[in-house]
Design a protein around this ligand. Structure first.
Ligand SMILES: NC(=O)C1=CN([C@@H]2O[C@H](COP(=O)(O)OP(=O)(O)OC[C@H]3O[C@@H](n4cnc5c(N)ncnc54)[C@H](O)[C@@H]3O)[C@@H](O)[C@H]2O)C=CC1
Ligand SMILES: O=C(O)[C@@H]1CCC=N1
Length: 273
């Protein structure tokens, strides 16, 4: 691919994508440029690790990029859009990773006709396993969305969605990994309490999760049926599930997703009145 990809922001998400893209060699690593707010050491770390280019000169980074990835926090969106505006030639595609912030707001802030595409990955991009959703703004044509899709495909699966669905999918898939990790953290507490071998337990928990993911992806059974097939009447699973139910586990999970979805909306409402 001939594109040059500029990352404005060099935090965890930018790194996860850079790691995935360089591993798949979707573009030569020298065609990836990263810059950030002010942390030079961080840029050097990424340059060293992934053999990409880094610079503290934002103008140069934007001018060289054909795809400009906004990878700063949503709270920095105003400053960031103001900074890039004057260096945007019409050939550049803007890709925004920012949770909550709409393409409409971006388009208005930037004030040009550049295509704006929202991309919501997750940190499993690092190993090419992100579940990424994509939604396009008003000035995007098929070719541009396909280009971004091809690029993002290097970090996992890509699904084009309507932008109205982005808040909920951000909760499910963008934040999603954190919710699974949180459950595993609780299991780790159990492992410590029981004095079990941590390495053995880690291998078992990881393989169990992998198996669950594969079953969900390939089985024609619903999650409920899959659960029921494990649950012998009067057995161990039933005892465990009863404990989860007594703590309103399903309600807690639904509330977790609801709160994450609402936060995505709230992040937007802070800027978009
Ligand atoms: N961490 C995650 O799992 C995911 C994050 N996102 C989105 O990705 C974005 C970045 O998140 P993280 O990487 O976690 O944040 P982070 O805090 O790790 O990194 C933010 C980066 O932006 C830089 N920055 C701030 N202002 C800037 C500016 N004006 N110009 C250039 N760089 C600037 C900072 O120096 C830092 O390198 C957020 O908008 C978040 O909503 C989306 C999906 C998943
Ligand atoms: O927590 C956040 O706001 C970002 C967006 C999705 C995952 N991390």
């Amino acid at each position: 691919m001939k594109e040059t990809i500029t990352f404005l922001g060099a935090g965890s998400m930018a790194e996860a994508i850079i790691a995935g893209m360089t591993a798949k060699e979707i573009v030569p690593s020298r065609q990836i440029i990263a810059t950030n707010h002010s942390n030079k050491d961080r840029l050097q770390e990424l340059e060293h690790k992934y053999k990409i280019q880094t610079t503290q000169n934002k103008q140069a980074a934007i001018e060289q990029g054909t795809i400009i990835v906004l990878a700063m926090k949503p709270k920095d969106v105003k400053v960031a859009t103001a900074e890039i505006r004057e260096f945007l030639t019409e050939d550049k595609i803007i890709v925004s990773l920012l949770a909550g912030i709409s393409t409409g707001y971006m388009e208005k802030q930037i004030g040009t006709n550049n295509p704006v595409i929202r991309v919501m990955p997750n940190t499993s991009a690092m190993i090419g396993q992100s579940a990424t959703t994509i939604a396009s703004g008003n000035n995007v044509n098929e070719e541009q969305i396909e280009l971004v899709r091809t690029l993002i495909h290097a970090i996992g699966t890509t699904t084009v969605i309507n932008e109205e669905e982005m808040d909920a999918f951000t909760a499910l898939a963008g934040s999603g990994p954190a919710f699974y990790y949180y459950m595993v953290e609780a299991m780790e507490q159990f492992v410590i309490e029981k004095g079990l071998d941590k390495e053995v337990a880690k291998q078992l928990m990881t393989q169990t999760l992998k198996g669950v993911a594969q079953m969900l992806a390939t089985s024609s059974d619903s999650p409920k049926t899959l659960r029921e097939k494990i649950t012998s009447p009067g057995g161990t699973t039933e005892a465990g599930l009863k404990a989860l139910a007594s703590h309103d586990f399903q309600k807690a999970v639904m509330n977790c997703l609801e709160q994450a979805t609402d936060k995505s909306k709230e992040l937007r409402s802070l800027f978009e009145k």
